[in-house]
Design a protein around this ligand. Structure first.
Ligand SMILES: [Zn+2]
Length: 357
């Protein structure tokens, strides 16, 4: 009995994980019953719990899972027998399968939600060269205009006020289809991942195993609001990177807080095509921030790890039904140009608006 348990557990865990990953599920069920149902309840329960912990809960989970597995492997090898190594490998498959199931149920099924491009009144024919150039120009003008006030706020308060960011953020995800009040994560620093983030050039992540957001601690105060709003987009059940960027951009652009606004403008500027933005001059203050962000990036940056990391993430995104992989990060600028926004800075979702414009 003991001998058969390992292979059976591995088989069940792997099969269940694969079945969950491939199972055809209707988009209506995903939107109504999962994203705004099961996931909403889970996030509403566990995000506040993770927020209450003064440390990164994900670090603790990684330590527990790692130590637990190492303990199991040592015990199994000590017991000996011809199949000790096989048993350890089967244990690894079981753990992988269990994590796969956990990931899908906890958050991953959100990958099957309808992308934001189909939720808003986006019209690709509006994204002409002239429209992109005009948009880039307003972004640069706004960037230059907002920079002094943003710097005053940084000098006064250090970081942007996350309660203001939350207020700017919530109507965006409500407009995009979340029917419940999203609980946002307090940004944390991960002891396990932080240096990796810096070496690999990662801004942060929403950890769906711990329901918490960890941010790259080296990020500068004007980089953080957009990065945090991006992760909150994931917390709100929008998995695609371009969608999270669009949520962050909309959140920052509609803000009356100069530092939050500046953060959004700064990132959007960085994502716009370089040959277009090069036509418009940024002020000396903005240029200095660009240099500071570049220096921050290069301080720990390791080119081969960077490319390896992003290649691996590209494979992961494609496996999770994001056909354009890491390129999806930049797609939000087209969505910004091709989607009308109302007086509150929220994207229009009605097709009549689309017809009128
Ligand atoms: Zn992301």
């Amino acid at each position: 009995m003991t001998r058969a348990r390992g292979p059976l557990a591995a088989l069940i865990a792997a099969a269940l994980a694969a079945a969950l990953f491939m199972a055809p599920i209707s988009p209506a069920w995903i939107e109504g019953r999962y994203a705004n149902g099961i996931y909403a309840v889970l996030a509403d329960t566990f995000v506040p719990l993770a927020n209450a912990a003064p440390f990164a809960v994900g670090d603790l989970l990684v330590a527990l899972a790692g130590l637990g597995f190492i303990g199991f492997a040592i015990r199994r090898v000590r017991r000996g027998g011809r199949f000790a190594i096989v048993a350890v490998l089967l244990g690894l498959v079981t753990l992988g399968g269990a994590l796969g199931i956990w990931f899908q149920v906890a958050w991953g099924l959100n990958y099957r939600r309808v992308p934001i491009a189909y939720r808003v009144a986006y019209d690709g024919s509006r994204v002409t060269d002239a429209a992109v150039a005009a948009f880039a120009r307003t972004i640069v003008d706004d960037l230059n205009r907002t920079a002094p006030a943003a710097h005053r706020e940084m000098a006064r308060a250090g970081d942007a006020d996350t309660t203001v960011l939350e207020r700017d953020f919530l109507p965006v995800v409500a407009r995009l289809g979340d029917t419940y009040r999203v609980r946002v994560s307090a940004p944390k620093t991960s002891l396990v991942l932080d240096r990796w983030f810096q070496i690999a050039g990662i801004g942060g992540m929403f950890d769906p195993f711990a329901y918490e957001t960890v941010l790259n601690s080296a990020f500068l105060p004007f980089e953080r609001p957009f990065a945090l709003a991006h992760e909150w987009g994931h917390v709100a059940g929008f998995t695609a990177e371009g969608d999270a960027n669009l949520i962050a951009a909309l959140t920052c652009l509609r803000s009356h807080d100069p530092l939050i606004r500046y953060s959004g403008l700064f990132w959007i500027y960085g994502y716009l095509p370089g040959d277009v933005t090069a036509r418009y001059a940024v002020s000396a203050l903005v240029r200095a921030d660009e240099r500071a962000a570049q220096a921050r990036f290069l301080r720990y940056y390791q080119p081969w790890i960077y490319s390896l990391q992003w290649r691996a993430y590209d494979v992961y995104l494609r496996a999770n039904r994001v056909a354009s992989g890491v390129r999806s990060y930049g797609e939000f600028t087209s969505l910004l140009v091709g989607t009308p926004r109302d007086a509150q800075g929220l994207p229009s979702t009605s097709r009549t608006d689309q017809a009128r414009l």
